[in-house]
Design a protein around this ligand. Structure first.
Ligand SMILES: *Cc1c(COP(=O)(O)O)cnc(C)c1O
Length: 372
């Protein structure tokens, strides 16, 4: 055991945290970073300029606490989402990870449980454990699908306090049908289950993919979570949000820290939202690069999953660890999500995507790592 860990373990730490390692994707420096599903195309110039002006303005008021209710930002977010949502339906925090943590603080906790369907976003069990909420792993069908019937049956069986549905799902990239959300919500009626639909990648979905936002009317236990970290290219600004019944936002007000959204964060997000068209200008190209990856991988004999997001999950590798390492040695960092034979790659710029596909081709052909 390292000396550092030794010293940590001497502290009167909460017993369930003893021996734990902090979580996070490896922060490795590489030429081409395609590992954490960021928007590789950057913030468009007009949006950068608007943010700069708004932050400069906010600087004058930094001696005061920010608007605790971030009313102006909630108004902009409601306008962006449409679906007749009002500011009362909106909540925001420092990234959707914090939003999810607040939901668990309000609706989970000791003696309560949350159900997820792995492989899915790896933060769900970690947020559950940090809030002392029991995490229950549901099962998917082969090929990582999830049918309405299967999902609803598991909700009825476990009667969890919270269900996580991730659509499009990370790491597999595929969107869920709204029938799954409806069935899960209905199955949770008896247990009054809170249903979270995590739509972090909604803007990348194929045209015609409906959002669970359309299901909100009349469903007071449904929460649709979004983020500005992916399509909006603002991962560094830390702004996640949800839409739900106003009383859900009121529940979160019971656990949020006062002034949790800094004046700089509010100014940044609000300024960006005044330019939704420019903000989303690169989404079409990202979807194009994603589709290039899917067909490129198929040409190599690999097995990419259908993707409605800005990343592609693929299998068919004999030794995914070696391919991951080989790509890294060639300057391309992608993600090993811990599923044998599979890797996940974020859509890059045209050049980054070409570089990934070329390096992968060399590895696959040169070392013949593909199962035949
Ligand atoms: C990236 C991601 C988020 C966003 O996290 P932020 O804290 O908003 O940056 C949320 N959910 C899923 C499934 C993600 O992949």
């Amino acid at each position: 055991m390292s000396e550092k860990l030794d010293r940590l373990n001497k502290l009167p730490l909460r017993s369930d945290l003893v021996g734990r390692e902090p979580y996070g994707a490896p922060q490795i420096d590489a030429d081409v970073l395609l590992n954490v599903n960021e928007n590789t195309h950057g913030v468009p110039a007009e949006v950068r300029e608007a943010i700069r002006a708004a932050v400069q303005d906010a600087v004058h008021g930094l001696h005061r606490y920010p608007d605790r209710e971030f009313t102006s930002l909630r108004t902009s977010l409601a306008a962006y989402l449409g679906h007749s949502l009002t500011p009362a339906n909106i909540w925001a925090a420092n990234g959707s990870n914090e939003v999810l943590q607040q939901i668990l603080q309000a609706f989970g906790g000791p003696g309560r449980s949350a159900l997820g369907f792995p492989p899915t976003y790896s933060m769900y069990p970690l947020l559950a454990s940090a809030t002392n909420t029991e995490y229950v792993s549901g099962v998917r069908s082969e090929g990582f699908g999830l049918t309405a019937q299967d999902a609803a049956a598991q909700v009825s069986e476990y009667a969890p306090n919270i269900v996580f549905l991730c659509s499009p799902n990370n790491p597999t990239g595929t969107a869920l049908g709204l029938d799954v959300v409806e069935a899960v919500y209905e199955a949770g009626e008896r247990s009054q289950t809170i249903v979270i639909v995590d739509e972090a990648y909604a803007e990348f979905a194929k045209a015609g993919t409906p959002s669970a936002l359309s299901l909100l009317p009349g469903r007071d236990r449904l929460i649709v979570s979004r983020t500005m970290s992916k399509a909006f290219a603002l991962a560094g600004a830390r702004l996640g949000y949800f839409a739900a019944a106003p009383e859900v936002a009121d529940a979160i007000r019971l656990v949020r820290l006062p002034y949790h959204l800094s004046a700089v964060t509010q100014a940044t997000a609000n300024a960006a939202l005044q330019h939704p068209r420019e903000l989303l200008a690169n989404v079409e190209d990202i979807k194009h690069q994603r589709d290039r990856i899917v067909s490129g991988l198929r040409d190599l004999g690999l097995e990419p999953a259908d993707s409605d997001s800005n990343f592609v999950f693929f299998g068919g590798l004999r030794d995914s660890g070696r391919v991951w390492q080989g790509l890294l040695s060639a300057g391309v960092l992608i993600r090993d999500v811990g599923i044998p034979g599979c890797l996940r790659v974020t859509a890059g710029t045209a050049d980054e995507t070409s570089r990934f596909l070329n390096e992968l081709e060399k590895l696959v052909q040169g070392e013949r790592l593909v199962d035949s």
